[in-house]
Design a protein around this ligand. Structure first.
Ligand code: ZN
Length: 192
């Protein structure tokens, strides 16, 4: 029983070697056949790729990294094609995530706006909630209590005067107090 299995294994091994040697000697023909086979059913080809990847992820990761390094522009092209292919579900997923994380979205939008207005200012990303907690939910302009319904981020040195969008340069404030201040220097508070 055991001897037969060994013999069978050896036979298979020799068969594999014979096929590999033939493939090596006929590379162009093999590649053409493979291309035609894949072109006939691209989805099937992708399925086989995924299966092969699953059998030895590390090997395929290394192989892919080498290919990307040799073909940076082709990689960009593939990424664009993939993004276009998956555009509807990607958009839906992004929308759902944004809906589930409104405060993070708000924080990133504020950082984005600040970045748009100057290339060289410092930018941090933080949520209203983080600043409100730090400032004990107290408007730094009028001293009253701030809630989620009327909170806003006030820049001590206004963005329009080159102020940074950093935790150090912001305070929580009422939306109305922030609007009333505009981009004035804080000394108006003493004058009032
Ligand atoms: Zn206020």
């Amino acid at each position: 029983m055991h001897a037969i299995n060994l013999q069978e294994a050896l036979r298979k091994q020799r068969e594999r070697e014979r096929i590999n040697a033939w493939k090596k000697a006929n590379r162009a023909s093999v590649n053409a056949t493979q291309r035609a086979y894949r072109a006939a059913d691209p989805e099937r080809g992708r399925k086989y790729d995924r299966q092969a990847y699953g059998r030895d992820p590390e090997k395929h990761k290394a192989k892919n990294a080498g290919w990307v390094e040799r073909n940076p522009e082709r990689k960009c092209q593939l990424r664009r094609e993939s993004a276009a292919r998956h555009a509807p579900e990607n958009r839906a997923r992004a929308k759902a995530w944004q809906k589930a994380n409104p405060e993070t979205v708000k924080a990133h939008k504020a950082a984005y706006r600040a970045r748009q207005r100057s290339q060289d200012r410092l930018i941090e990303t933080f949520t209203h909630a983080e600043i409100a907690e730090r400032d004990h939910w107290t408007c730094h302009l009028c001293g009253g209590e701030v809630t989620r319904e009327d909170w806003s981020i006030d820049h001590l040195v206004p963005l329009s005067f080159g102020g940074d969008h950093t935790r150090l340069n912001v305070k929580i404030a009422h939306t109305v107090c922030n609007a009333r201040r505009g981009n004035r220097d804080l000394s108006y508070l003493a004058a009032a």
